[in-house]
Design a protein around this ligand. Structure first.
Ligand code: BEZ
Ligand code: FE
Length: 277
């Protein structure tokens, strides 16, 4: 409670908390929830905390998406934000140009190479030369580095700067749909309620630049079977991009098979100057 009191103003807490409790009481009354059932709920929440799955619970109940959309509702003209999810890792490696965010690893499924490129601009169209992108995704087997001991540490993760004209490009592999973690209490909840655990393939992006608000978002791909029913409900149509297959330029790219391109321009919102008191 100490942190809530620090981050949420007392005035908001006093207004919101009683309403939230009233809403829970109404549901309990409406459904005549028994003591045994309520204790099971408390046990479940205790387990969620012990296993550090509260963000995951917020995600699969689509609460994270709701709060994200309220937080960013006034942001027309900028790239839509999206939820971070629980799988970001602090201190990802800095990737030098030409940027490649992965190393091949033993036993990997043969995936398709993907070049993601675009331009980072401000809302007035000016390129942001100092922007830094931080990206993370699953590999061609649908697994994050933290789940897959075959992968080098921080594989398919990295930070890098854009060019003077705001443009960027990084080499990765086409990600696959994957399931959110199902081996803990949240996974058991999904199973018990019949909610599937799948997310469509995506790449997470955090774009930062001085004088601009930091954007956290995700890139999705056309034709993915889970675009309409992402288990965390995070798909936004303006974030869906086609993957364009290239049979040309294979040798020039130093590759031995066709590869894919995806264009993703990013528009950041200028930061509101702090009000001087
Ligand atoms: C993710 O996209 O990394 C993610 C989001 C919500 C729950 C689990 C994973
Ligand atoms: Fe993800």
């Amino acid at each position: 409670m100490a942190d809530v009191a620090k981050k949420v103003s007392g005035e908001r807490l006093v207004r919101i908390l009683p309403e939230a409790i009233r809403a829970i009481h109404e549901v309990i009354e409406k459904h005549r929830v028994t003591e045994e059932e309520w204790l099971a709920v408390l046990d479940f929440l205790t387990e969620v905390g012990k296993q550090d799955e509260f963000v995951l619970l917020s995600d699969v109940t689509k609460t994270s998406v709701l709060v994200d959309s309220i937080t960013h509702e006034d942001e027309s003209g900028v790239t839509p934000s999206d939820v971070e999810g629980p799988l970001y890792r602090e201190d990802p490696p800095w990737r030098e140009k030409p940027v490649k965010i992965y190393e091949e690893y033993e036993g990997a499924e043969k995936g398709d190479v993907l070049f993601v490129h675009g331009k980072v601009t401000s809302t007035d169209g000016a390129p942001i030369s100092g922007a830094v992108l931080d990206v993370w995704q699953t590999g061609p087997d649908g697994g994050y580095d933290i789940w897959d001991e075959r992968q080098p540490d921080y594989n398919f993760r990295g930070r890098f700067g854009v060019e003077e004209d705001g443009s960027y490009e990084f080499q990765t592999m086409v990600p696959k749909p994957y399931t959110v973690p199902t081996d803990g209490p949240v996974g058991r909840l999904l199973e018990a309620t019949g909610q599937h655990p799948w997310r469509p393939a995506h790449i997470h992006v955090i774009a930062e630049a001085e004088g601009h608000e930091t954007l956290t978002t995700q890139i999705f791909f056309s034709d993915d079977p889970y675009l309409e029913n992402d288990t965390i409900g995070a798909v936004k149509p303006p974030l869906i991009r086609p993957l364009k297959k290239h049979e040309d330029e294979i040798a020039r790219r130093g590759l031995d098979a066709p590869f894919y391109n995806c264009e993703f321009d990013i528009t950041l919102k200028p930061a509101t100057p702090a009000v001087q008191s």
